[in-house]
Design a protein around this ligand. Structure first.
Ligand code: ADP
Ligand code: ASP
Ligand code: MG
Length: 418
């Protein structure tokens, strides 16, 4: 069996969905499991709904209507007549969402988040599987929540591999096109959970692992994994092949083309991962596999913007030792601040971090009691794998370098635009 994953960008409008059909015609769809994300920016739009819900905003209803209108337009563009049963199916899903908003009693933000945001994937797969059937492909829609079981850590759920494995082995049919949702799972009480933003790539890897799939293909708006994000680097080149190890390193440092959790399950069973263009599906793209040496051998650039560089020094010139460091890290963990780079000297300790949940102000209040805290906001972290002098120069040019760290294969530079 092959596992395919189509992300938000590939199904952002009716043209995109028709293109998925064309891709399937070209590459085959028998014995395929298709993992699909929410359409376009629907997850962000549903995050606005959640915010409005908790803020008790007057905009709540209109924000729901906006998501509805967007999907309705796609339905109208895809199906000739409104009598098709997909209109009722999608309408019912929106009614369920509205019912939840009207009756929910839970004050738990993360729980509510998952119950609401999941409609993005539930609706996109409903539309997609109806369209594939409409076009004559034998399709089965699967509710992923009956397969992927997780703990109850809403918004960042851990997979229960044993249960998941059992469910998948038992219920996925071969020889037809299976369509299911990325990003979602369910806990032991059958409440919906999610695997973390951009988690649909990971869903594809979970299914592939449990099905002993022959391969996974993630279909993207780029030709494959490139040596830099083509949005920021004009001369980015396609990497024809990379090892699991290289892909894990790139994803870890922030190459957003593959979700970092995706690689490990695939590597364990040596299932190859292909990253291909949904615009040119017959081109080879990038192959990620065991022992696939980086080819062509090029420096790879990863950019993380909107970082925070924090330097802590001891107030009394005492050393910063293991016990302070472990205490500092426990605090970063507690405040959900992600550390992307660490550098320490005798009496100071610097970290480049991502403060996604805007918790630094509260953390700073605690840290300042024990340390002298200096920080630079809005800095950029560049990582270059397999760097050379020219690559380093490209990154440092016209910028103020605040911190630099070099190891055998990887160079990291924190800069401020100047
Ligand atoms: P999806 O539709 O599956 O969610 P994403 O938007 O998450 O797709 O991922 C594709 C995007 O990843 C590309 O449009 C590109 O801008 C970005 N990207 C970041 N790093 C790289 C890289 N090294 N190679 C290719 N694309 C990259
Ligand atoms: N729809 C989810 C998100 O936007 C999951 C995904 O697309 O991978 O984060
Ligand atoms: Mg994405």
């Amino acid at each position: 069996m092959r596992v395919f994953k189509f992300g938000g960008a590939s199904v952002k409008d009716a043209e995109g969905i028709k293109n998925v059909y064309d891709v399937l015609q070209k590459v085959g769809y028998e014995d395929v499991l298709l993992v699909v994300s929410a359409m376009g920016k629907t997850t962000n739009a549903l995050e606005t709904v959640i915010k409005n819900y908790f803020d008790k905003s007057a905009e709540l209803n209109s924000s729901v209507q906006e998501v509805k209108k967007y999907h309705n337009q796609i339905l109208m563009d895809l199906f000739e007549e409104e009598k098709h049963e997909v209109f009722t199916a999608v309408n019912n899903q929106f009614s369920d969402l509205e019912y939840f908003l009207a009756h929910n009693k839970s004050p738990n933000y993360n729980f509510v988040y998952d119950q609401i945001v999941s409609y993005g994937e539930l609706i996109s797969t409903t539309i997609l599987s109806n369209f594939m059937s409409f076009m004559g492909i034998k399709t089965q829609w699967l509710d992923v929540r009956n397969f992927i079981k997780t703990d109850a850590t809403y918004r960042d759920a851990e997979v229960d591999w044993e249960l998941t494995q059992k469910n998948i082995a038992k219920n996925v049919k071969r020889k037809i096109l299976n369509i299911t949702q990325g990003f979602l799972g369910s806990d032991e009480n059958n409440f919906t959970t999610t695997l973390g933003r951009e988690g649909s790539d990971y869903t594809a890897a979970i299914f592939a692992y449990c099905l002993n799939a022959e391969s996974v293909t993630i279909w993207k708006d780029v030709p494959g994994v490139m040596n830099a994000d083509p949005r920021y680097f004009e001369n980015a080149s396609l990497l024809n092949q990379i090892s699991y190890r290289e892909a894990i390193e790139l994803a870890f440092y922030g190459a957003t083309v593959i979700h970092p959790k995706t690689l490990q399950p695939l590597q364990k069973k040596e299932i190859p991962l292909f990253v291909k263009s949904f615009i040119n599906p017959l081109l080879p793209g990038t192959r990620v596999a065991k022992g696939a040496d980086l080819e062509p051998y090029l420096p790879c650039f990863i950019v993380k913007r909107n970082q925070l560089l924090i330097s802590l020094s001891s107030i009394d010139f005492s050393f910063i030792m293991e016990e302070n460091i472990s205490e500092i890290f426990a605090l970063f963990h507690q405040f959900k601040i992600k550390v992307n780079l660490i550098q320490n000297s005798a009496i100071s300790f610097s970290v480049c971090v991502e403060d996604k949940f805007e918790n630094f102000k509260d953390l700073n209040a605690i840290l300042s009691k024990k340390f002298k805290v200096d920080f630079d906001e809005n800095v950029t972290l560049y990582t270059i794998r397999h760097f050379n002098d020219k690559a380093a120069q490209t990154v440092e040019e016209n910028k103020t370098v605040l911190l630099k760290q070099v190891s055998r294969e990887t160079m990291q530079v924190v800069t401020k635009e100047s």
